[in-house]
Ligand binder design. Structure first.
Ligand code: AMP
Ligand code: ZN
Length: 115
């Protein structure tokens, strides 16, 4: 956990373009955006992935989702956006601190997955 990059962003050890922070969650711009709007919302307390969630995380994950919706609007994604949570090997998760991607912009996004 000491080496977790997103925990280090939470603690201020590593800089990030922060958008919002409260007692439970932090939102910041993705360092390698795939669309004009691309930010991440994370629980401040370390959770490795969505697969680790249990009932004790309900409050923080509720906060993650409501913050994601409000910030999407404020960041200009007023006509819709996509939220993605990559989980584990199959989900191609790269950073093992749970994060919700919020992706949008003026244009319609490509289809989610190729069939
Ligand atoms: P994934 O774990 O596959 O959902 O993707 C991790 C995401 O974190 C990628 O979109 C990266 O661009 C992003 N990322 C990695 N390091 C940083 C960082 N230091 N600041 C902001 N975003 C980051
Ligand atoms: Zn962490």
């Amino acid at each position: 956990m000491g080496e977790c990059i997103f925990c280090r962003i939470v603690s201020g050890e590593i800089p990030a373009k922060k958008i919002y922070e409260d007692d439970l969650v932090l939102a910041f711009h993705d360092i390698n955006p795939v669309a004009p709007v691309h930010f991440l919302v994370i629980p401040k307390a370390h959770v490795a992935s969505m697969a680790e969630l249990n009932a004790e995380h309900e409050a923080v994950m509720g906060r993650v989702m409501t913050v994601a919706a409000r910030l999407a609007r404020e960041q200009g994604a007023t006509d819709g956006f996509r939220t993605i949570i990559n989980t584990g090997r199959v989900g191609r998760q790269e950073v093992y601190h749970l994060h919700v991607h919020v992706i949008g912009g003026p244009d319609v996004l490509p289809a989610m997955l190729k069939r």
